[in-house]
Design a protein around this ligand. Structure first.
Ligand SMILES: *Cc1c(COP(=O)(O)O)cnc(C)c1O
Length: 460
């Protein structure tokens, strides 16, 4: 073993019954063989001085510093630098709203949702390793709207990766669907006559099906560690750009949450040394997590509830086992708790709140009237969650608060028009979609049909 290998961080399954692997293996596998999720064996840390220096750095430079902490010894720094520069070539606006509260717009990527941050980095990392070591992958992804288009876009045109995306037919907007179905090439799209959870169940079953081993299946869902690491970077970035200079300053982040990948990115950033006072964990009416924080008992919601913040209609968030592990507990993929996490610490670090559709719509209207802030439903859940926290806990108006806007309002034109009576301006990345031709399959929710689709379309 040479020096480089000694520095490699290892990744372990949250179920604890699979061997530790390198980042490359964790990335290409997605799910651990024991059904658990990969997590770094230790979470690397920055010093306060290192974090201080971020204030003078650009996004891709901060991304490189964070990425190096996890990938040193696996990817030479110059290659990683090329990857982050190429992946993060768009703006991350930090919009001042009122007092010391800001909205971080993570919606300027090619598919106009925050999922571009993770997908673009993950796609480039997978391509990097496959080019280096050979091999082919078939990526299966279940989407409630935004993952599918971000993944399809990030992998479109690669020659050693094929992509199959399943989406719940009735739960995505026309525009979201068109972002996936107008690509073609190595990207296949399936409309399922069911809910997001049905899509996710099919993907999981395919992973466990040894008859499909020959396809070299991998996942691009937020269970993939390759998506999680990029989601720590913008927490560092926003704090670096908005901090006042007071050495003891800590930020409050409000995170609209569905599968909890975004939140886990924030929790990892905090463990790495980012000064965070509290996370506001804002869900829609799928309130299994706020109820868990209150009671200490976890109960998944089946079926999940349909809300207007459709990308967050998740009744059993796939990243919860990671969160539980970060607080000293264990949870399997079905939501069963082995060792209880430190609930007191969870409550200290997180304020969890469920925002219903009525409150979500009212906040879109109120934020625009009072502050000229244009929010779409997901960002509105986050902003409403933050307002609830500030009021409930009588937080000082000087507290630095950063609320994440996870999609561009123009992805939900029907809602915005209905509430604000205007059409949000289309970002360049979404222009011209209407005129493109769509192509996709329809399938029922039965596994056999899906398996047959895979077997007949993909050979060795
Ligand atoms: C996926 C998504 C979310 C939820 O993010 P998670 O990491 O799954 O919690 C929120 N908003 C939008 C627009 C999304 O696409």
């Amino acid at each position: 073993m040479d020096n480089t290998d000694n520095r490699k961080l290892l990744f372990r399954s949250t179920n604890g019954r699979a061997p530790a692997v390198s980042f490359e293996q964790a990335l290409l596998k997605g799910l651990a063989p024991d059904g658990g999720l990969y997590m770094p064996e230790q979470i690397p840390a920055f010093t306060a001085e290192e974090i201080q220096k971020f204030s003078d750095m650009e996004y891709h430079e901060i991304a490189l510093a964070v990425g190096k902490k996890f990938l040193a010894g696996e990817i030479p720094d110059e290659d990683l630098e090329r990857i982050v520069r190429d992946a993060y070539n768009y703006e991350i606006p930090l919009e001042h709203v009122l007092d010391n509260s800001f909205v971080m717009r993570l919606d300027q990527g090619p598919t106009a949702s925050f999922k571009d941050f993770a997908a673009r980095m993950m796609g480039r990392l997978m391509q990097y390793f496959l080019n280096r070591n050979g091999g082919k992958l078939l990526i299966l992804t279940a989407t409630s709207g935004d993952t599918g288009s971000a993944i399809a876009n990030a992998f479109y045109g690669l020659d050693n990766v094929n992509v199959v995306v399943l989406f719940p037919e009735k739960e995505v907007t026309d525009r979201q669907r068109k972002q996936m179905t107008t690509l073609g090439k190595n990207v296949s799209i399936i409309a399922l006559n069911g809910k997001f959870d049905d899509c996710q169940a099919l993907v999981k079953q395919a992973f466990g099906d040894s008859e499909l081993d020959y396809l070299n299946l991998s996942s691009a869902n937020s269970i993939n560690i390759g998506r999680l690491i990029p989601q720590t970077m913008y927490y560092f970035y926003s704090f670096a750009k908005l901090r006042s200079g007071d050495p003891g300053e800590k930020a409050v982040f409000s995170v609209p949450s569905g599968n909890f990948g975004d939140l886990c990115g924030g929790l990892i950033a905090k463990k790495m040394g980012l000064p965070v006072d509290r996370f506001v964990v804002a869900t829609n009416e799928n309130d299994e997590y706020p109820r868990f924080v209150e009671s200490g008992f976890y109960e998944k919601l089946v079926p999940s509830r349909n809300c207007i913040s459709s990308a967050m209609n998740v009744g059993h968030p796939s990243n919860i086992p990671r969160l539980v592990q970060m607080y000293g507990g264990t949870m399997d993929e079905n939501g069963n708790i082995g060792t209880a996490p430190d609930m007191e610490l969870i409550r200290k670090d997180m304020y969890a709140v469920s925002i219903n559709d009525e409150e979500t719509q009212a906040m879109i209207s109120e934020a625009y009237k009072e502050s000229g802030l244009v929010l779409e439903p997901h960002g509105s859940v986050g902003w409403a969650g933050l307002q609830s926290y500030l009021k409930d806990e009588k937080v000082s108006s000087e507290q630095l608060c950063i609320s994440l806007e996870t999609a561009h309002p123009a992805k939900f034109p029907e809602k915005i028009r209905e509430i604000l009576a205007f059409d949000p301006e289309l970002p360049p990345s979404l222009q011209g979609l209407e005129d493109k031709e769509e192509s996709f399959e329809h399938l029922p929710t039965e596994y056999d049909a899906f398996k047959e689709f895979l077997k007949s379309n993909y050979t060795k």
